[in-house]
Design a protein around this ligand. Sequence first.
Ligand SMILES: CC(=O)SCCNC(=O)CCNC(=O)[C@H](O)C(C)(C)COP(=O)(O)OP(=O)(O)OC[C@H]1O[C@@H](n2cnc3c(N)ncnc32)[C@H](O)[C@@H]1OP(=O)(O)O
Length: 399
Amino acid sequence: MFERIKGLKFHKKQDVAIVGAGITLFRRRMNETGKELSYYAVKQALEEAGLEISDIDMVVMGSAPDSFDGIHMKGEYLLDGSGGSNRPYMRVFVGGGTGVFAPIAGYWHVASGLADVCLVITEEKMSSVHPHPQSAFKYIWDPILDRPLNPNLIWIFALEMRRYMHENNIKHEDIALVSVKNKGNALDHPAAQVAEKITVEDVLSSEPMALPVRRLDVSPPSDGASALIMVAPHIARQLTDEPVWVDGVGWALDTTWWTNRDLYFPRYVAEAAKMAYKMAHITDPRKEIDVAEPYDPFDYKELHHMEGLGLAKKGEAPILTREGVTARDGDLPVCPSGGLLGVGNPIAATMGVKVAEIYWQLAYRAGKRQVAKEVTTGVAQAWGDLMQVGTVMVLSNKR
Ligand SMILES: CC(=O)SCCNC(=O)CCNC(=O)[C@H](O)C(C)(C)COP(=O)(O)OP(=O)(O)OC[C@H]1O[C@@H](n2cnc3c(N)ncnc32)[C@H](O)[C@@H]1OP(=O)(O)O
């Protein structure tokens, strides 16, 4: 098969299905190593797929900066817990975008025909960083122009949130609704760290971090792991009557210079989505996507990313949220998992609340989190790196 995606030539040997997923509890897990967390997630995914570790052809590991676990070359460190020994194993990494980039790399392995069964495992252990995970973020910036300003992520997101609010004339109340929705949805997620029934007033009166950002606008640092099993069609048909297929993948990185991007719109997500939608033959995402998991480490980011994904026009995502369209029983459920705001944010391991959640929704295996409407197509997206990467995957339960 030959497809051409936005100037790229792509030879697909076979389709790719997801047949199992696993996720650990997201918490400060000081007593367990990253290897142990990885093992728990892999075991759960294999059990769901009905496979043994000996059935795995290749392993893709995704994890964000080494400094979180405090172990240089952490891919090698995590190899044993990830089931990667004595088979082809690779680590991929685009910071916070890794939770969707790792399954994109799993897709390459199977779609190219190199593997029929690929295990994708993502892990993060942020509690290892002293005095606080924010101190590790300090070292991701340009050493000459950015670092002397001593930025942390909260400080940077305050700039971006302010710009988004200003450009689209959006009030903090409208943004806070995302936190209320996602923390409420997370009450039904067994892995959740900060699930809570809260109000807009709770968000607006929570501790100021770097205004306009307040504590309840923000996801917490977490430890955790998640896993996915991606297989060729002939294996999928042996394992399940309900495989979920990868229809499109896309990724894009914008410049790392803050001054050269307009922070009100995530162009990197729009470029990544364009690539994934083209591959999935999606021309009108608002109509054709039934359920979405955009990346939501901060409440305004869900809105920002919905607009980047073409699920809402620029400045329209807060209106859809206010009207209940994005609720779990709405016309376009967004973050039915509870997202990073409710389940937690162990950076790369959020694959378990993004791609895995869309897989569970499309396989009708999401239990209490299952959205009310009938679903055939969903999109998962992640963001991060130096806050300029978009990674997108479109899934569907139809062939
Ligand atoms: C690409 C991306 O994903 S970008 C986003 C990357 N992630 C981040 O930047 C993390 C952002 N959040 C934070 O750094 C922190 O939440 C802060 C700085 C806002 C608050 O941190 P602190 O007040 O120092 O809290 P600290 O991290 O010490 O945790 C203390 C407790 O509060 C909880 N907590 C921390 N932050 C939050 C939060 N935002 N919401 C709810 N609970 C929280 C923790 O779970 C912890 O509970 P535990 O003791 O039971 O484990």
